[in-house]
Design a protein around this ligand. Structure first.
Ligand SMILES: NC(=O)c1ccc[n+]([C@@H]2O[C@H](COP(=O)([O-])OP(=O)(O)OC[C@H]3O[C@@H](n4cnc5c(N)ncnc54)[C@H](O)[C@@H]3O)[C@@H](O)[C@H]2O)c1
Length: 596
C-alpha cells in the first residue's frame, strides 16, 4: 500500500514553489506553504492567485474549484508550521549551504516519518540528505517550469534513499497527473544536463553579437518547433537560478567548459536583470512577473523598415540545382509571385524537377490550400533551363547544388562572369563556410547564405548568413526577400552550424553520450525532453528522423571548426553509423523501425 499524503509542505514560494503549491492544491492535497518573511509570503500568495485567476479566465478552472484550491493552502512564515505534514518539498534558491541548513531544520521540526524532498535542479541530493538524520527518507522531486503545466517530474534517488520512499513518491506523481522518470543523483539529472549547455551556448552567441536575441529565439522556435527560444526560456527560469545551475553543473559535471556560465550572465544578475521575475532580463516585460514582452531599445524595427535600409528590388530569381532543396525553393519563390529561372545540368533533370514542383503544387490544391488558378500562375512564372547563361538578367541567384565546396566555388565563379552587377548571390549550404564561396567571385560583398530548411515550402525559417565581406545592402535584400516569401529570416554570422544546427546538434550528441553512459534509457530521455521542456520530439526520435550519418557529419564539422572538446562526436553515434544503422531511412537507428 502506497503511503497516503494528505498534507504536504512547500518551502520557498518563488518561481517554482508557488507553482508546486498549485499542483498539490489542485489535486485535493492540503498544503502548508512557507516563506522566509512576510513580504516574500505575500509575493508567493499573489503569484498563486495570479496563476489560478488566469486559469479561471481561460476557462481551465471553475471559480468554485479555484476557491476550494485556495482554501487548501495555509500560508506561514518559518519552518515551524511544517510540524505535522507528510512530505516537504523545498524550493529555495540553488545554494547548497542554504539547502543543507533548511534540511537540518526540517529534520528537527518534522515528524520522524515525514519524507523530505528537494526541487534542486543541479545540486547533489545526497549532499543535501546528509544534513539530516534520515538520509534514507530524502529524495529529489524535480518539477519543471511552469509546474502546473509541464507534465514531467524527475524523481531522484540517492544511494541511500529507501525503495519504499521512491515507490511512494512515484505513486504521488501519478496522483498529481504527472509522468515521472526515476534516476540517480547526477548533476542536472536528465533534462537540465541536456538543456543547460544549449542555453549557455545561446547566451554566448548573443554576447558575441553573433545574432540578435530575437533571431536566436526565432531560429530555435521556427527551425526546431520548440515552444520558446533559449533566451526567452532563460528569462522564464530566472537568470540567477540559471547562473547557479550552470555553476553547479560546471563544478559537479567534470568541468565541462560549456557549463561555465557566460560572463554576461553574471553581469546581468549583478545588475538585477533576473528575467521575468524582475521585469527585465534578455527581454523587457510589462511588469515584474508578467509574461508579456514589451518593446525596448534593442527591439528591431519591423521588417518593412529593412527596405528603407538599402534593400534592392528583386523581381526575377535564378535557382540552380535539381535536388530536394532546389525543388522546394523554386516552388516557394514561384508561389510568392517571383519570376523564376530554374537551371539544372540537363533538360532531363529539369523535366524531373518540373514534375516534382507540379506534384507538390497539386498536393496544395487537393488539400484546399492553393487555388487551381494560383497553381497555374505559379507554374507559368517558372522557366526551365540547362544553361547558366539564362541567369544573365536575374536579380537574385539561389544556389542549391551538391554540398561540395569545389563544386560550389566553380559555380560561383561562373555566376560572377554571367550575372549582371548588383545581383545578390546566395548559397543554401548548411555546413560550408559562405566566405569560401564568396571569395570565388570578384564581388564577395554581394554574396550571402540563404539557409532554407527542409521541406522548404513548409518550414517557416531561413537563416541569412552574412560573411565578413557581405554588404549591409545584400543582407537587407536577403531579409526583405525572406519576408516577401512569408518566412522569417534570421541574420547570423558565418560560422559552422549557423544558429540552429550549432545549438541543436551538440544537444543531440549529449543525449547520445548520456545513453552511452547508461544513465538513462532512450525512452526516458525522449520523455524527459518532450514532457519536461515541451519539445516536439525527443532527441532519439529526432536523430532517427534526421539520419545518424547526417547528424554525425554536422557534429564533426562543429567539432573541427570550434575545437570544443565537449563537441566531440559520441562514440556510440560513430559506431551506429559504421554499422549502417542510420535511422528511419535504413529502418534502424536508435530504434528498430522495421515493424512500423
Ligand atoms: N526556475 C526554474 O525554472 C526551476 C525549475 C526547476 C527547478 N528549479 C529549482 O527550484 C529551486 C527554486 O528555484 P526558483 O527559480 O523557484 O527560485 P526563486 O528565487 O524564484 O525562489 C526562491 C524562493 O525561496 C525563498 N526563500 C529563500 N530562503 C528561504 C528560507 N530560508 N525559507 C523559506 N523560503 C526561502 C525566497 O524568498 C524565494 O521566494 C531551486 O533549487 C532551483 O534550482 C528551478
Amino acid at each position: 500500500m502506497a503511503r497516503e499524503f494528505s498534507t504536504v509542505g512547500v518551502v520557498g514560494l518563488g518561481t517554482m514553489g508557488a507553482g508546486i503549491v498549485e499542483v498539490f492544491a489542485r489535486n485535493g492535497i492540503d498544503v502548508v506553504a512557507v516563506e522566509i518573511s512576510a513580504p516574500a509570503l505575500e509575493r508567493g500568495r499573489a503569484t498563486l492567485k495570479g496563476s489560478t485567476d488566469r486559469a479561471v479566465a481561460k476557462g481551465k478552472l471553475a471559480e468554485a474549484d479555484r476557491d476550494a484550491l485556495h482554501e487548501r493552502v495555509h500560508f506561514a512564515v518559518g519552518l515551524d508550521a511544517l510540524h505535522s505534514v507528510d512530505l516537504v518539498i523545498e524550493a529555495v534558491p540553488e545554494h547548497l549551504d542554504l539547502k543543507q541548513r533548511i534540511f537540518a531544520e526540517l529534520d528537527r521540526v518534522c515528524r520522524p516519518e515525514t519524507i523530505l524532498a528537494t526541487n534542486t535542479s543541479s545540486l547533489s541530493v545526497t549532499e543535501i540528505s546528509v544534513a539530516t538524520s534520515r538520509p534514507n527518507q530524502v529524495i529529489g522531486i524535480h518539477f519543471f517550469n511552469p509546474a502546473p503545466v509541464m507534465r514531467l517530474v524527475e524523481v531522484v534517488r540517492t544511494v541511500v534513499t529507501a525503495p519504499e520512499v521512491v515507490a511512494d513518491v512515484e505513486a504521488l506523481c501519478a496522483r498529481l497527473g504527472k509522468v515521472d522518470v526515476t534516476i540517480n543523483d547526477r548533476a542536472g539529472f536528465i533534462a537540465n544536463a541536456l538543456l543547460f549547455g544549449y542555453l549557455n551556448h545561446a547566451v554566448a552567441m548573443f554576447e558575441s553579437h553573433y545574432a540578435t536575441r530575437e533571431d536566436i529565439d526565432a531560429a530555435m522556435k521556427l527551425g526546431c518547433g520548440l515552444p520558446m527560444g533559449p533566451l526567452a526560456l532563460m528569462d522564464l527560469i530566472g537568470l540567477d537560478t540559471a547562473y547557479e545551475i550552470l555553476d553547479t553543473m560546471y563544478r559537479r559535471g567534470g568541468r565541462d567548459r560549456r557549463h561555465a556560465p557566460v560572463p554576461l550572465l553574471k553581469q546581468m544578475v549583478t545588475a538585477g536583470l533576473l528575467g521575468r521575475k524582475s521585469g527585465r532580463g534578455f527581454y523587457t516585460y510589462e511588469r515584474p512577473g508578467a509574461p508579456v514582452v514589451v518593446p525596448d531599445e534593442a527591439t528591431p524595427p519591423a521588417t518593412d523598415a529593412a527596405l528603407a535600409d538599402g534593400a534592392r528590388a528583386i523581381a526575377k530569381v535564378g535557382v540552380v540545382g535539381s535536388g530536394t532543396m532546389a525543388t522546394g525553393i523554386i516552388e516557394v519563390f514561384a508561389k510568392a509571385g517571383y519570376e523564376v529561372v530554374s537551371v539544372t545540368r540537363g533538360m532531363e533533370k529539369s523535366a524531373k524537377v518540373c514534375e516534382a514542383v507540379k506534384t507538390s503544387l497539386n498536393k496544395g490544391v487537393v488539400r484546399g490550400k492553393l487555388a487551381e488558378a494560383d497553381r497555374d500562375a505559379a507554374l507559368g512564372r517558372i522557366s526551365w533551363s540547362a544553361t547558366l547563361d539564362h541567369l544573365a538578367d536575374v536579380d537574385l541567384v539561389v544556389e542549391a547544388v551538391v554540398e561540395e565546396l569545389s563544386v560550389k566555388k566553380a559555380l560561383f565563379a561562373s555566376l560572377d562572369e554571367i550575372c549582371k552587377p548588383g545581383v545578390v548571390l546566395a548559397t543554401t549550404t548548411s555546413s560550408l563556410p559562405v566566405i569560401d564561396v564568396a571569395m570565388a567571385t570578384q564581388r564577395p560583398a554581394d554574396v550571402v547564405g540563404l539557409h532554407f530548411f527542409n521541406p522548404a515550402p513548409v518550414m517557416p525559417l531561413v537563416e541569412v548568413v552574412r560573411t565578413i565581406r557581405t554588404s549591409p545592402e545584400a543582407t537587407a535584400t536577403a531579409r526583405a526577400v525572406c519576408a516577401a516569401l512569408g518566412k522569417t529570416g534570421v541574420v547570423c554570422g558565418d560560422r559552422s552550424g549557423f544558429i540552429v544546427n550549432a545549438l541543436l546538434f551538440p544537444y543531440l550528441n549529449d543525449a547520445v553520450k548520456m545513453l552511452e553512459a547508461s544513465y538513462s534509457t532512450a525512452d526516458d530521455i525522449d520523455h524527459a525532453m518532450k514532457l519536461g521542456c515541451g519539445y516536439p520530439m525527443g532527441p532519439f526520435e529526432l536523430l532517427d528522423v534526421v539520419g545518424l550519418d547526417v547528424s554525425l557529419a554536422i557534429q564533426r564539422e562543429l567539432y573541427l571548426e570550434l575545437r570544443e572538446p565537449g563537441f566531440a562526436p559520441a562514440p556510440l553515434l560513430e559506431h551506429l553509423v559504421t554499422a549502417g544503422y542510420l535511422g528511419r531511412k535504413t529502418r534502424r537507428g536508435f530504434r528498430d523501425h522495421s515493424h512500423r
